[in-house]
Ligand binder design. Structure first.
Ligand code: B12
Ligand code: SF4
Length: 453
């Protein structure tokens, strides 16, 4: 039996920074040895629809759902069964089932061997759902599935799943609820060593979910002499011991969800705790004193945000010398509390924006209160471009504690800024799933075929 894993692309733009899709290393590690596995990454290479295979397994996020459904339709036309899993099918299994033979809801770790067995017998079930959350003790990703593919140099490794917070817009809380699981530290260390990579991206949505476990991990990373990146909540800055361990263990960059400078917006998104211990400027100083380059993440469109919010935030991001930042329109994801609220308030502009051929990447998808949807789209785009202007890149690059502290960090600063600068215009305004809008979701792959040639 042969299984083809597929990571769909979000837009018909080939990026320069595709990262290894960790989920397929995990599924490959759980697949019986006598089953052949291959990976097609739609972000890097053409999908070989006519290459013989017995099962196609797609990972689906909301932004890639449209493309995933097109790919699935092509395979099913050829008689190949398709299984889908990931965030989007977990939140909308009924939608995904229209395009797949089987849908896996939630984590696949405990279910995947059964899916493979059922497929071997030609008896795939329509829906697989794990009633609980499987322990992560036996996670053994098999990275040989990535061999020969040109991914960004960092290896993706997962310490745990879930987050202790419940921000209104966030898919993580919707997916994992209150469940928090972390792997044994020795497994994580052994996995990092086995990758042979000197830069690791710890993909946990918030690596700081539990103080003693965070300390245990950071201490265990010190002897590895690696550099690593993570996503972390800003409240870590108040714990000086943790900050010291982050620095000592090689934490080089961290994504921090500042989200907004407006306290009412923070309150509305249930992230007011961001300001519980320090103001943002103080927290930023603490990170910088420890040499950690910050990737600031911001959203716009909460009820108190107005057209003035954009420039204020841009100034803050530039003054804070973030090595990079994103400025996104608040986007309701199915499953998240925000989506339900905006739907109830009758403020959504599309029935399902992720499938709508008129939706364009970067567009606001609901009616904000303090500005128009068009102003929201344009404001985010404008400051994204301004933040990545040559003058801004140079000025931020001169931050001596972080962005130009050593040649490695300066290289990271320049590479990430120039890749983002290059991508902004290429992505903005494109339709998801194909380059030309099409009424029919399951036909017309023309745009994709041209792009791949
Ligand atoms: C690393 C990362 C990125 C990296 C890229 C990663 C990569 N490999 O290419 C970067 C930074 C580039 C990125 C970009 C974006 N990301 Co991102 N990213 C992540 C992050 C932090 C980790 C992904 C990961 O490796 N997880 C570990 C794996 C093991 O978990 P998993 O994929 O969930 O898989 C498990 C189950 O879901 C299930 N499963 C998943 N797929 C499948 C498939 C099958 C067949 C089966 C059976 C099971 C199954 O089983 C797995 C194991 O149990 C996640 C959050 C998270 N914790 O997952 C966000 C996340 C996936 N990203 C998200 C978003 C929104 C984006 C962007 C759209 C942001 C933007 N506005 O531009 C972009 C574009 C993404 C795209 N599709 O192209 C959202 C998606 C939400 C949603 N509802 O779809 C997430 C959940 C973050 C969040 N907090 O909301 N991202
Ligand atoms: S802190 Fe981050 S991961 Fe946790 S719920 Fe909020 S946005 Fe999601």
């Amino acid at each position: 039996m042969k299984i083809t894993f597929i990571r769909p692309n979000m837009l018909p733009v080939r990026g320069r920074d595709a990262m290894e899709p960790l989920v397929f290393a995990i599924l490959a590690g759980l697949t019986p040895r006598d089953v052949e596995t291959v990976l097609h990454d739609d972000r890097l290479e053409p999908i070989l629809f006519d290459e013989p295979t017995d099962l196609v397994a797609l990972t689906v996020e909301t932004y890639t759902a449209r493309r995933a459904y097109q790919i699935a339709t092509e395979y099913r036309k050829r008689g190949v069964p398709v299984v889908m899993g990931g965030y989007h099918p977990t939140f909308l299994p009924e939608e995904a089932r229209q395009f797949a033979d089987a849908v896996v809801v939630g984590d696949a770790d405990a279910l995947w061997p059964q899916v493979v067995r059922d497929a071997q017998r030609g008896q795939l079930q329509r829906l697989y759902r794990d009633a609980g959350f499987p322990p992560l003790d036996n996670l053994r990703p098999d990275r040989s599935i990535f061999r020969g593919k040109h991914y960004a140099p960092a290896a993706l490794v997962q310490y745990g799943r879930g987050c202790r917070f419940a921000c209104e817009f966030c898919s993580i809380h919707a997916f994992y609820g209150k469940d928090l699981r972390q792997r044994p530290v020795e497994n994580v260390v052994a996995e990092i060593e086995s990758t042979g990579k000197k830069h690791i991206f710890l993909v946990d949505d918030n690596i700081f979910v539990d103080v003693p476990r965070a300390k245990e991990l950071f201490t265990a990373l010190i002897p590895l002499k690696i550099r690593w990146s993570c996503q972390i909540s800003v409240d870590v800055a108040q714990d000086r011991e943790l900050m010291g361990l982050l620095e000592k263990s090689g934490c080089t960059t961290a994504v921090v969800g500042f989200e907004s400078l407006n306290e009412n917006s923070l309150r509305q998104m249930k992230k007011h705790w961001n300001l519980k211990h320090n103001d943002y400027a103080t927290s930023v100083q603490i990170f910088q004193d420890h040499g950690i380059m910050l990737y600031g993440s911001f959203v716009f469109g909460y009820d108190d945000d107005t057209p003035d919010s954009f420039d204020r935030t841009l100034e803050f991001a530039q003054a804070s010398k973030f090595y990079t930042a994103n400025f996104n329109p608040l986007t309701p994801m199915p499953g998240a509390a925000l989506y339900d609220r905006l739907a109830q308030e009758g403020r959504l502009l599309y029935d399902r924006w992720w499938l709508d051929p008129n939706f364009r990447y970067g567009d606001a998808v609901f009616r904000p209160k303090g500005m128009s949807a068009a102003e929201l789209t344009a404001g985010c785009y404008r400051i994204r471009k301004a933040f990545h202007s040559l003058r801004s890149i140079a000025s931020r690059g001169l931050e001596t504690r972080t962005n130009c502290r050593d040649p490695y960090r300066l290289g990271l600063h320049l590479a990430s800024n120039f890749v983002s600068r290059w991508m902004i215009d290429r992505k903005q305004g494109l339709a998801l799933g194909e380059s030309e809008s099409s009424e029919s979701i399951d036909t017309n792959l023309d745009g994709w075929e041209r792009f791949h040639r």
